[in-house]
Design a binder for this molecule. Structure first.
Ligand code: PDD
Length: 286
């Protein structure tokens, strides 16, 4: 089926949507993005993604081309026009096309380029991987120093995913100064008893929208939350481990650098958090 994509105010068949070779997203990775999940035709944590989008744009001195209400309407149109039941909406805003290549930002006369497309993933919340868990390896984190801005410069995370594939596992965890920062496209956690340990927010990691919800639900479920960095050795010695992201939700991690975490099977704390997360977010979906 030909997807309907959104480009600068128009809903177009995907093969008709064209962006200039001078677009700064293409030449400089000068753009930001968001990925919002859809379950049962409704948007999961839409407002969280909208707030983070505004923050990413602000940090890069880019204007936000739409109000939250306008973004919501565009997202809903994308769901409806593409018949999405379960899946994802990808949104990207770049600094646009100034008509030439230049390191300096263009002036306000250059309009941002706005692109949205959908990815249909029937049964997204019933991913069988949640029953078996992910295996991960660790690799050095050599990304830039503003990982809190959700930019489209994703080459190193792609290299991390390829390193994982080559090692026959599901993902890579980035390590800097002896401690884990995050996964290629997710936030990372370990569980010790009733305690969830995850790195504190800073410029070093993306401020996951799923992370914020998961930590809120963990506290509500009487779990303890400790926000601090942890090492690979600590993860290997933990009772359970997991990752969170808008597309994987809460996903158990059962092996780190070849060593089983806990029993080597998904544990009950992560299973419970995943269940609470999906139940609550479905209820609050818009
Ligand atoms: N990735 N850390 C990184 C580096 C990420 O790329 C992501 C999301 C997260 C989790 O953030 P959130 O819970 O808001 O999805 C953490 C998205 C899903 C992606 O690139 O596809």
């Amino acid at each position: 089926m030909t997807r309907t994509v959104y480009l600068n105010g128009d809903y177009l068949p995907e093969h008709e949507a064209k962006v200039s070779v001078f677009d700064r997203g293409f030449l400089m990775a000068d753009g930001v993005y968001e990925v919002t999940s859809v379950l049962d035709g409704k948007l999961i944590d839409f407002q969280g993604h909208c707030v983070r989008l505004a923050r990413s744009l602000g940090e890069l001195e880019m204007k936000n081309p739409h109000t939250e209400a306008e973004w919501l309407e565009i997202h809903r149109q994308m769901v409806a026009r593409n018949g999405i039941v379960d899946g994802m909406i990808y949104l990207q805003v770049t600094r646009g096309n100034p008509g030439d290549r230049d390191f300096a930002y263009p002036g306000p006369e250059t309009e941002p380029t706005v692109v949205l497309f959908t990815q249909s993933k029937p049964g997204l919340a019933d991913n069988p991987a949640a029953k078996t868990g992910w295996k991960v390896i660790s690799i050095p984190d050599i990304r830039w120093g503003r990982r809190d801005i959700k930019t489209v410069q994703l080459l190193y995370p792609s290299m991390g995913k390829m390193a994982a594939k080559k090692a026959g596992v599901d993902d890579s965890w980035f390590v800097e100064d002896g401690v884990v920062t995050e996964g290629t496209s997710n936030n990372t956690y370990i569980v010790k008893g009733n305690r969830i340990i995850t790195r504190q927010l800073s410029h070093d990691i993306l401020h996951g929208i799923t992370r914020a919800a998961v930590l809120r639900f963990a506290v509500e479920a009487q779990m303890e939350v400790e926000e601090r960095p942890f090492t690979i050795a600590e993860a290997q010695a933990a009772d359970e481990a997991f990752i969170s992201s808008a597309s994987a939700f809460v996903m158990p991690v059962v092996e780190v650098d070849g060593k089983a975490v806990g029993t080597g099977k998904p544990g009950h704390v992560v299973a419970r958090l995943r269940e609470i997360y999906l139940d609550e977010m479905r209820k609050a979906a818009v």
